[in-house]
Design a protein. Structure first.
Length: 640
């Protein structure tokens, strides 16, 4: 069984696998360690990852990025409005969630964000399977700590649609902390833990967490975020600046032309990276002006840092180390601001800034694997948004509560809580986030619903005492597990001991109550349908690629064989044979460049190539035989 961990980034994703004695970040089909988080649609096929990046400029309307920002959202979400700034594709409503409208195989089609993520996960699955030479099914996926129940459930759905089983969704900075802690052999005792602050500034978002490490474990103390602070906001500021310059100088409105804007973006991202290493850069921008331009972004950096620290109840002096990850922490001005917000604290970059999340996620996967042995290390993560359950009053007593906070902010993950209700009739319970205003964008605060379908009467005709089991699982997803009544029996122990009366022992018998639940997860039948659809599209893509491959093979054979027929094979073919074959080559070539041959089926290319080979192979065989005969003779002589 393979052990796989994925850092699903806004810009790029990285895949870690556990093998031999450690964790490797694997490379994709073009040997890159990071794969663009892009899905694109073309006239014949989808392009995902690197191939989507390659065709982005020519097909930007049908190329979709920011996948992790869209999943689990509605079209009306204010955060989705922000995404439009960074997207060229057309966003639409797809049955209550956000989707895209693209032109795919010549038709307008709509795909939900969940489907897009599934397509992308399918690509990561193929990259991994290709590297490991084995099928991949289980994996751990790193997600932003600010993800809510809806987003987490949508990620699990997406994994399922791609035929994958998410063992765990782990929060980004918790994954980093795990990768950090598991390699440290000198961690202190739990009474006196080592506190580390992790800061991740990526392409779209910033995360900060304060983590306590001690022997064999880590505990997240606090976490804070800015969902809209990352490298792309800096790119955006640069674009606005240059667009205004072009407008003033040349009266060209770059921003009115999406293609020109896209090219400018590519230039700005390059410029930004140059300015991380140098004070000056081409495109006439020095670092001073640059830092002024991006001050709007820089000014917000202090907020999550101070928030996380305050919430952890620690002071900066209690923090042993501040570890930076994420591409945007490479910008000197970003580091300066982080340092300033933390009272001049030294910033450490001992972790691999690009790969720390994927490594940590892979360690988390290794814990769940029966085949891969890792040192015991416990991860205690915490709940970000408080969750309450609500119900309708069952009595006329106005003092009776109608809600209860079950999992407060900071509650550990995973966690199970058993709630008690007194009822006579079937009843409903809802779970929702306590503070809708604190949730990302316009995310629906409703999480789950529970309906007890039948309540057994109590023996004395009173209200029946019902236990309801709720759970916040390893993914950070809340669910209603089951409901039951308890019947306490006092039974006598069978044996009489030393003449004393037999002891009575309490036995609790549980009676399950029939129930149903509602969550934002897709119905299993829908997942099954989308999974089939995804498999069909995957097979179609593969057929297009195989067809292209066979077409190339035919083309190559024609040119290669025609050249060799004049050279090395010349004396091994009769004139008539040559003439026949050359005629066939000409015919094949003409066909390849005709409308029909340009776009034929895989079997058409295969049939043509087979026909050529049927004639050509005997010539090649004669040549080989002649080539090998002297060698064989020499060997024979040597053996005699
Ligand atoms: P997120 O974590 O927000 O989902 P991500 O994981 O895809 O996004 P990272 O890979 O951590 O993001 O970082 C990518 C960002 O870092 C991009 O905006 C990229 O331009 C920027 N970046 C990378 N290297 C440098 C550099 N040397 N100087 C400045 N910016 C850089
Ligand atoms: Mg990231």
């Amino acid at each position: 069984m393979s052990v796989v961990g994925v850092d699903f980034g806004t810009l790029h994703s990285k895949i870690g696998v556990a093998r031999n004695r450690g964790i490797d970040i694997i490379v994709n089909e073009v040997s890159n360690r990071a794969t663009p988080s892009l899905v694109a649609f073309g006239p014949k096929q989808r392009s995902i990852g690197e191939s989507a990046k390659t065709q982005e400029t020519s097909n930007f309307k049908n190329t979709i990025g920011g996948l992790k920002r869209l999943i689990g959202r509605t079209l009306q979400d204010p955060d989705v409005e922000v995404e439009k700034k960074f997207l060229n594709a057309t966003l639409v409503d797809d049955g209550g969630t956000v989707g895209v409208e693209v032109t795919y195989r010549g038709e307008k089609q709509i795909f939900s964000a969940t489907q897009l993520v599934a397509m992308y996960f399918g690509k990561l699955r193929d990259i991994t399977a290709n590297e490991l030479k084995t099928a991949v099914s289980d994996l751990v996926i790193a997600v932003p700590g600010w993800y809510t129940d809806i987003q987490r459930r949508a990620m699990i759905d997406a994994a399922q649609i791609a035929g994958l089983n998410a063992l765990r969704l782990i929060n980004d900075t918790t994954a980093v902390a795990l990768g950090y802690g598991i390699t440290k052999l000198d961690l202190p005792d739990p009474e006196n833990p080592r506190h580390v602050m992790f800061v991740d500034v990526g392409h779209s978002s910033m995360s900060v967490s304060v983590v306590a490490f001690s022997k064999g474990q880590l505990a997240v103390k606090a976490a804070a975020y800015d969902r809209h602070l990352g490298g792309r906001d800096i790119d955006y500021a640069l674009i606005q600046y240059f667009a205004a310059e072009f407008n003033a100088k040349y009266r060209i409105d770059v921003l009115s032309n999406p293609k020109a804007t896209f090219r400018l973006l590519v230039g700005c991202e390059k410029l930004k990276k140059v300015l991380s290493a140098n004070n000056e850069a081409p495109l006439n921008l020095n670092r001073e002006t640059y830092e002024e331009l991006i001050s709007g972004v820089l000014d917000r950096i202090a907020v999550p840092l101070q928030q996380a620290l305050a919430e952890s109840g620690l002071t900066i002096d209690d923090i042993d180390t501040v570890e930076l990850v994420g591409g945007t922490t490479r910008i000197p001005a970003v580091r300066t601001r982080i340092q300033a917000a933390l009272g001049g604290k030294f910033l450490s970059t001992t972790l691999n800034q690009e790969e720390a999340i994927a490594r940590g996620a892979t360690f988390a996967a290794a814990f769940q694997s029966p085949t891969f042995r890792v040192r015991e290390f416990h991860v205690h993560d915490i709940n970000q948004y408080p969750i309450k359950v609500c119900w309708e009053r069952a009595t006329s007593d106005p003092d009776d509560d109608t809600e209860l906070v079950v999992f407060p902010r900071g509650n550990s993950i995973p966690s199970t809580k058993i709630l008690t209700f007194y009822r006579k009739e079937p009843f409903e319970i809802d779970a929702e986030y306590v503070e809708p205003a604190g949730l990302p964008g316009g995310i629906n605060p409703k999480i789950a619903g529970f309906t007890a379908k039948a309540v057994p009467p109590s023996p004395n005709g009173d209200l029946t005492c019902i236990k309801l089991k709720t759970r916040l699982n390893l993914h950070g997803i809340m669910s209603f597990e089951n409901a039951y009544t308890e019947e306490v029996e006092e039974r006598e122990e069978a044996m009489e001991v030393d003449g004393e009366a037999p002891k009575k022992k309490r036995h609790v018998k549980k009676h399950e109550i029939p129930f149903s639940t509602r969550t934002s997860s897709l119905d299993p039948s829908v997942v099954e349908k989308l999974k089939e659809l995804e498999a069909e599209m995957h097979a179609a893509d593969k057929l297009v690629m195989d067809t292209e491959d066979r077409k190339n093979a035919l083309e190559e054979y024609v040119y290669d064989m025609r050249a060799k027929l004049d050279e090395r094979y010349s004396s091994f073919a009769q004139a008539a044979e040559k003439e026949k074959l050359n005629g066939m080559f000409q015919e094949a070539e003409d066909w390849l460049y005709s409308d029909e041959g340009e776009d034929a089926t895989k079997s058409a290319y295969v049939t043509k190539l087979d026909a050529l080979k049927a004639v050509g192979d005997s010539i090649v065989a004669r040549y080989r035989e002649a080539d090998e005969r002297p060698k064989a003779m020499a060997q024979l002589r040597a053996a005699l």
